[in-house]
Design a protein around this ligand. Structure first.
Ligand SMILES: [Zn+2]
Length: 65
């Protein structure tokens, strides 16, 4: 039975409605860019998240090429 998706306000804050997800397609990367801009770069973001969660972020070693 198909479930009807409820429109939700886009989580980026643009005020538009999604088709049921958290973001309008592409708007999640707008948030990502804004976060990176705020913290400086991905190393700072990692530090912030590690402090917030109290855990080190482990990078999968198998994926290094
Ligand atoms: Zn949006």
């Amino acid at each position: 039975m198909p479930r009807k998706l409820k429109p939700k306000l886009c989580s980026c804050g643009c005020g538009r409605y999604t088709k049921g997800g958290h973001f309008i397609p592409g708007h999640d990367s707008r948030v990502y860019s804004a976060i990176i801009e705020r913290v400086g770069d991905i190393r700072n973001l990692r530090e912030v998240v590690e402090q917030y969660t109290g855990k080190k972020i482990e990078v999968e070693k198998g994926t290094i090429h």
